[in-house]
Ligand binder design. Structure first.
Ligand code: FAD
Length: 476
């Protein structure tokens, strides 16, 4: 199998289409290709990058957001809607070229754990997504068409007695947290999902209010909304224009904005770094004295997702995920216990756990993999095969459809070793905020994150406890 990326402009740069004649795609950023830019030599820590503003065009904004993934765009949206500030969004490429374009679209609570540090943010964020879908409905539009929104309910499934017991306990916890959830033994599950095969000892947690969206449609909707503020001079986009350094006052060293490859973007109020998996290295290369900065250990966790278009070969009534996914998502080097049965290998700490959704366009999405292999965007055929085989274990009807994979999505989840995103001000850099490290939950957590960042910038009371996500006390 070979892979190809389409030429710019392309909101789905991380979608590899099968089959193709070109082994690897690249696209242009300024005068260098995107891949050359991504792989550019980095300054060693402690080396000083000259920040003298080159003769780029200059523009002034209240807030400059670096990164046009779901997090950066949602932060921009929240600021535009809840204040009169002006916002500029800058991206090295285009929206959806990072992890966002690869996302499967789960807006789920089933695999979040009540009482965990991210629970409150997930619950708030889900509420905001539901309110957004409702407001679209109130305007006489269909959220399915606008966001790819579907309230399918979620099924977290296990195939052993041990997993079934774990799921029963999870249902109790979810109920105690006020969520509607039900444990289904294999016999009842068969009525809900006839194509799903989990054996007699298996079971599932059903959370009927869980939803899903389509990341590309949602990003297009947010972008369109943000652009409404163009005419008031409150919104500007700078795409294919990587941020290179922070502009700082020569007297006070205060951060004054962002220097990109083509522009000097001054930010009167704040700079928000929302560059996903690139945020850690970017923070180090953006400033003159990186050794003064906390080391934000965000690293890329590559994921593959298989896509079968216009899928009608089996019925899928819910979003489905194997329970082993939970351990895979929160995996840290100190907690190396994967759920029995899930597929793992030690070479690059890769793991596969079955996920399956049918989106509003009838694309069947099968996931997913997790690997630590840097920023490689190459399709890995062995990973594709493992995802396919794993899906076939749960949906035997898939086994006869081997040649039906139409596309592979590849993205880099922004992984944090302690399993939590980092959201908040950078103590050593007044006016600079971080919003990154959402790993496999960035779509889910986007609106809650955006609300939190906007409230911080605006000095508003913060809706939920933000301390679990702060930079201070965690990295410095
Ligand atoms: C296979 C897969 C499935 C997933 N499924 C789900 C799911 O079902 N539900 C869910 O909630 N989450 C899911 N996720 C996770 C989710 O996609 C991410 O958490 C989320 O997209 C992260 O968003 P982000 O905006 O932080 O990063 P990104 O989307 O990666 O955006 C970062 C942006 O920063 C830009 N950038 C980088 N460097 C610079 C620079 N120097 N200057 C300017 N711009 C720069 C990049 O070009 C990029 O556009 C999935 C991820 C993968 C890979």
């Amino acid at each position: 199998m070979e892979s190809v990326a389409r030429p710019l402009p392309n909101p789905n740069l991380n979608i590899r289409t099968l089959p193709s004649s070109s082994p690897r795609g690249s696209f242009t950023v300024s005068r260098v290709t995107f891949d050359q830019w991504r792989n550019r030599p980095r300054l060693r820590a402690g080396r000083h990058r000259p920040v003298a503003a080159v003769a780029n065009p200059r523009s002034e904004h209240d807030v400059v957001v670096v990164g046009a993934g779901i997090i950066g765009l949602a932060v921009a949206r929240q600021l535009l809607l809840s204040s009169d500030l002006s916002v500029a969004v800058v991206d090295a490429a285009v929206p959806c070229s990072g992890a966002t374009g690869a996302g499967q679209g789960y807006i789920w609570m089933a695999h979040k754990t009540p009482g965990s540090e991210t629970w409150e943010l997930a619950a708030r964020s889900k509420q905001l997504w539901e309110e957004l879908a409702e407001s679209i409905r109130d305007q006489g539009k269909d959220p399915a068409e606008v966001l790819g929104w579907k309230k399918t309910g979620s099924l977290l499934v296990g195939r052993t007695l041990e997993e079934s017991y774990m799921l029963e306990e999870r249902v109790k916890l979810l109920n105690q947290a006020g969520l509607q959830a039900e444990y289904l033994p294999a016999s009842s599950l068969h009525l809900e999902e006839p194509a799903l095969e989990i054996g007699k000892e298996g079971g599932a947690a059903l959370v009927p209010d869980d939803c899903q969206l389509d990341a590309s449609q949602t990003v297009a909707f947010i972008e369109e909304g943000n652009k409404q503020f163009n005419s008031q001079g409150r919104y500007a986009e700078f795409y294919n224009d990587p941020a290179l350094s922070l502009l700082r006052s020569s007297c006070t060293q205060t951060v004054e904005g962002v220097q990109t490859s083509k522009n000097n973007l001054y930010a009167k109020r704040a700079v928000v770094i929302a560059a996903g998996a690139w945020s850690g290295p970017l923070m180090q290369s953006l400033i003159v004295q990186p050794n003064l900065l906390p080391n934000i250990p965000v690293k890329p966790r590559k994921g593959h997702l298989l896509l079968l278009e216009n899928f009608k070969d089996l019925q899928l009534n819910h979003g489905v995920m194997e329970v082993g996914y939970i351990d895979h998502q929160v995996f840290t080097s100190s907690t190396r216990s994967f759920t029995p049965g899930a597929v793992e290998d030690d070479d690059n700490l890769s793991s596969i756990s079955m996920t399956a959704t049918l989106d509003v366009k009838r694309n069947l999405l099968l996931g997913s993999s997790r690997q630590f292999v840097g920023f490689s965007r190459e399709m890995d055929e062995s990973i594709v095969k493992r995802i396919w085989d794993r899906a076939g274990e749960f949906f035997p009807a898939l086994k006869s459809l081997d040649n039906k994979i139409d596309k592979i999505r590849i993205g880099h989840r922004p992984y944090m070793p302690d399993g939590k995103p980092v959201i908040g001000p950078v103590p050593s850099l007044p006016n600079v905020f971080l919003a990154a490290g959402h790993e496999g939950s960035g779509l889910c957590l986007a609106l809650g994150t955006a609300e939190m960042v906007a409230d911080m910038i605006l000095g508003n009371p913060i809706t939920i406890d933000h301390t679990p996500y702060s930079v201070e006390g965690r990295f410095c």
